[in-house]
Unconditional design. Structure first.
Length: 581
């Protein structure tokens, strides 16, 4: 409908359909319209059925419908005509009797006006037609605006895909329909890999345009009947219908990965975009829209953990892993209060004298039902729950007290045995780091020179300038610093100069790969020589064989740590093996 120039529209030629079984009344209407200065083409029908036929076969602009027809009443006929939605015709109900309730009912079912047959004259009828047409026009304007608002409410403003609210409703309806069909549905949770870097380095304008390009690529692989939505940020979802087995989900997921495989051009920038995809199916593990979303989200994060640009289906094994993590999450909140954590100690052997020179403190969790858990099983969870700071401080205190106990028990001088304790990223970011370490040392009267704090470059690369001041304060107090996992990809000369490092720990992956690749062995030799050239002490981590030991000794490593001498053991076992003469 054209909403402009309404006055002109009301003067255009019209086709008018009279549906009335009384020929006299029809003639009366014809005579009244003959005096109209606007061209009117009149069609007549004597019954409701005939009226519907004429309406279907002609472009009717205005209908005059008698309330009483031989085969149907006028109200029912209006409903039938409106259901057909052929075009936006103006409807006027005509009645022999004045009835306020009837006129209200006519307007409620869709008529635009009501006129008595006794009022039919040229002026009254033409005015009624114009008023009804104008009312119908205004209703159309309101309807168009409401449709536009509804469209905006259901759509993502950036990509024009349906938004989270609409998708959640669509997913709920799909879950309800599955109960009455023989096929299933699958949900694909798509998260772009490393998208944050685009916004950080190129700005949100470029990022938004990239999201629009990604949306277009995804749209190209969505089958008819399936649903694609943007949840927000760089998260998209696809709801696939008619899924019968896991093979179909793999095909769809691979289509998504393939669609993003070729570079995306945004202005002067060319992007290689990958995505991690989590898939869930309605059924054993996800029995509602909410659990489908949750399971697909969990599977997506699992895909990211396995290397990104991957697809992961939420299945039985992942469900068991998730349940186990959920139980650990419940238990870890109380583990510290219930004294379930313990510290194991791994010796660091002097490469020259072959005597124990240092010891690294490594936390363990003595879980009441799952037994002794290594850090890899719970430290990441502790970080997610913001418990890592408390656990790290407990380990620091425990290790300092243990070393002081050994010094007193076995009459050890400060320079005979040092204690290495790992610092988490959270602890390094803590502005109270100096006081926390000082408190741990003071609580057992341990000399700062006996403590070595291990840091990794991955924990300092984001804000090294903020951290260096804290670490300088620690070393000024006499505490030593060790750079752990050296050579694993983050290492830089800048960091070696920036931080007051005392020693480097060569990552165990290099030791384990000794003699497997000559090129890698040369890198290992170069790293050790480089560290020695800088005057740093070198700790070889992960030494397991005599051959590896001999190599590390020949290269001038200062300390040897690994299973060749001992795995991490309890304090009692450490005493028995290394301290009791």
């Amino acid at each position: 409908m054209n909403n402009t120039n309404t006055a002109a529209n009301l003067e255009q030629p019209i086709t008018l359909l009279i549906i009335d079984d009384d020929s006299v009344d029809r003639k009366s209407i014809r005579r009244a319209l003959m005096s109209s200065h606007r061209p009117i083409f009149i069609i007549e029908a004597q019954t409701g059925e005939e009226g519907i036929h004429q309406y279907d076969n002609n472009m009717v602009d205005v209908l005059l419908i008698d309330y009483r027809l031989p085969d149907i009443d006028g109200l029912a006929l209006i409903k039938k005509l409106l259901i057909r939605k052929k075009n936006d015709a103006t409807i006027i109900m005509v009645s022999q009797h004045e009835d306020e309730i009837l006129s209200l009912n006519a307007l409620n079912v869709g008529a635009h006006d009501f006129i008595l047959k006794t009022e039919v004259n040229a002026e009254r009828l033409n005015r009624t037609i114009r008023q009804a047409q104008h009312r119908q026009f205004l209703e159309g304007v309101v309807r168009e605006k409401n449709n536009a608002l509804e469209w905006l409410a259901k759509r993502d403003s950036l990509t024009q895909l349906i938004n989270r609210y609409t998708f959640e409703k669509t997913l709920k309806d799909a879950c309800d329909r599955v109960l009455f069909t023989s096929s299933n549905i699958a949900l694909f949770f798509i998260d772009l890999d490393n998208f944050k870097k685009v916004n950080d380095f190129l700005g949100h304008t470029v990022g938004d345009k990239l999201l629009q390009t990604v949306a277009a690529r995804l749209t190209s692989v969505v089958s008819e009947g399936d649903c694609l939505a943007r949840l927000g940020g760089d998260e998209f979802v696809i709801l696939a219908q008619g899924i019968n087995d896991e093979k179909q989900t793999k095909i769809i997921a691979n289509n998504v990965i393939q669609a993003l495989s070729s570079p995306l051009q945004v202005g002067n920038h060319c992007f290689s975009v990958t995505a991690s995809i989590g898939v869930s199916m309605l059924g054993q593990f996800a029995d509602s829209p909410e659990t489908m979303m949750k399971c697909a989200d969990i599977a997506m994060y699992k895909a990211k953990q396995t290397g990104r640009n991957k697809v992961c289906l939420y299945n039985g094994s992942l469900h068991q892993e998730t349940q186990k993590k959920a139980l650990l999450e419940q238990d870890i909140h109380q583990a510290l209060a219930l004294n379930q954590f313990t510290v194991h100690y791994q010796p660091q052997i002097c490469a020259r004298t072959l005597k124990v020179k240092g010891v690294e403190a490594l936390v363990r969790w003595q879980h009441p039902t799952q037994g002794m858990l290594s850090p890899i099983m719970f430290l990441e969870l502790a970080e997610e729950l913001n418990l890592i700071g408390d656990i790290g401080q407990w380990v620091l205190h425990s290790a300092c007290h243990q070393l002081k106990h050994w010094q007193r028990q076995y009459h050890l001088n400060d320079d005979l045995l040092s204690m290495s304790v790992n610092l988490s990223t959270f602890q390094l970011q803590d502005i109270n780091l100096l006081s926390l370490v000082s408190d741990a040392l003071a609580s057992c009267d341990l000399s700062p020179s006996c403590l070595e704090l291990e840091i990794t470059e991955s924990s300092i690369i984001h804000s090294p300038e903020n951290i260096v001041e804290r670490l300088n304060e620690l070393t000024q107090q006499g505490v030593k610093l060790s750079l752990d996992d050296f050579g694993t990809g983050y290492s830089s000369i800048k960091h070696l100069h920036l931080f007051p490092i005392h020693s480097l720990k060569v990552d165990k992956s290099f030791i384990a790969a000794y003699k497997q690749k000559k090129s890698q062995d040369k890198v290992l030799e170069a790293m050790i020589k480089f560290a020695k050239y800088l005057g740093l002490s070198v700790i070889a981590e992960g030494v397991e064989t005599a051959e590896q030991l001999a190599f590390c000794q020949a290269q001038g490593c200062d300390l040897i740590q690994g299973y060749y001498y001992s795995k991490p053991i309890s304090a009692i076992d450490f005493e028995a093996k290394y301290l009791i003469k």
